[in-house]
Design a binder for this molecule. Structure first.
Ligand SMILES: *Cc1c(COP(=O)(O)O)cnc(C)c1O
Length: 321
């Protein structure tokens, strides 16, 4: 509740902050390589993948841009499934690659029915999804959406998990996701500065085909560097060290316990706010364990002003971490 109106950066444990003060080393040194490989490997279970996770020096938006620019090509047909402001932003990023982006949306606070996705997904090369939609406090039905897309064709699945990574299960391998983008500064309780990107084999293959205009944010280059246990460019070393310390804490607690803690905290937020007369925006089955959104009386909007204005709803998002 300290992070009123924004969902990150969140409060960072002292041990994680302390890790940032270690001396700087070269990112080509053996010490760096072993620490880096360790972080990439230990991020895998957080996403639900056996693959190593790529670490980019940028915020979540940079990670979404890396996904779009590395994987999409001009004239690709892309379906953007939008349940709020961050879905709109991902669509805008995809449009700038020259891809043709169509939108499926719904009332804010609700979810796009997976049956609507299933009906059209076969016509697309890629589908953009938002898991934890921060602007509405909704956790999108990632499993049902993924099954809808998989059942309809072979579109690549690009997912914004910025608002959910660390707060709940992603199931990257099990759901057959292709790119999932998360960050350090939200539910992982680290300082900001890194995007964390899980990439499937076929998304990586796509990233290697000619036509990518990504350079600094090229996922294929990041993957090649990762096989040599390093980053393509000079990384944000203190942030990486902090991430290593946060993963120590996370794996000590155990992922199921971490996810249960987020669910418990979210429930307490929902109950406390409801008892004070606020209306929690999503129906109980769609509430995110990472973020709580409540409707204010009189259409007042404090946080997603721009998005709320366009949707006509008054939403307040409260950090639930
Ligand atoms: C915070 C957030 C972003 C943007 O992340 P930055 O790190 O601020 O660039 C994207 N998507 C969702 C769902 C978010 O909550």
């Amino acid at each position: 509740m300290r992070n009123y109106r924004v969902t990150g950066p969140v409060e960072v444990p002292t041990a994680v902050l302390a890790a940032m003060t270690a001396p700087m080393v070269s990112h080509r040194s053996e010490g760096f390589r072993s620490d880096f490989a360790d972080v990439a490997r230990r991020l895998g279970p957080v996403f639900g993948t056996t693959r190593d996770v790529l670490v980019l020096t940028c915020s979540g938006t940079g990670g979404l841009e890396a996904a779009a620019w590395s994987v999409l090509r001009p004239a690709d047909r892309v379906l953007s499934v939008q349940i709020g402001y961050f879905g709109q932003r991902f669509a805008e990023i995809a449009r700038r690659t020259g891809a043709r982006v169509d939108e499926l949306s719904c009332e804010w606070g609700e979810v796009v029915d997976p049956a609507r996705v299933a009906a059209v997904a076969g016509d697309y090369d890629a589908v953009l999804l938002t898991h934890g939609e921060t602007s509405t406090g909704v956790l999108g039905p990632l499993r049902a959406w993924s099954e809808a897309v998989r059942g309809a064709g072979d579109a690549l699945l690009l997912v914004d998990v910025v608002g959910s990574l660390g707060a709940t299960e992603i199931g990257f391998d099990e759901l057959g996701l292709d790119v999932a983008v998360g960050v350090t500064q939200k539910a992982l309780a680290c300082p900001p500065g890194l995007a964390l990107v899980a990439v499937s084999g076929r998304a990586l293959q796509r990233a290697r085909t000619p036509g990518s205009r990504a350079f600094y944010l090229d996922l294929a280059a990041a993957a090649d560097s990762a096989t040599e246990r390093t980053t393509t460019w000079t990384p944000a070393l203190p942030q990486l060290r902090a991430l290593g310390a946060a993963l120590d804490l996370l794996h000590d607690e155990g992922l199921p316990a971490v996810w249960e803690r987020h669910r418990r905290t979210a429930r307490a937020c929902h109950e406390a706010l409801a008892s004070r007369g606020f209306e929690v925006v999503p129906a109980p089955e769609h509430r995110s364990p990472g973020v709580t959104a409540v409707r204010l009386p009189g259409g007042v909007s404090l946080w997603v002003r721009q998005a709320a204005a366009s949707s006509g709803s008054g939403l307040l998002t409260v950090g639930g971490l």
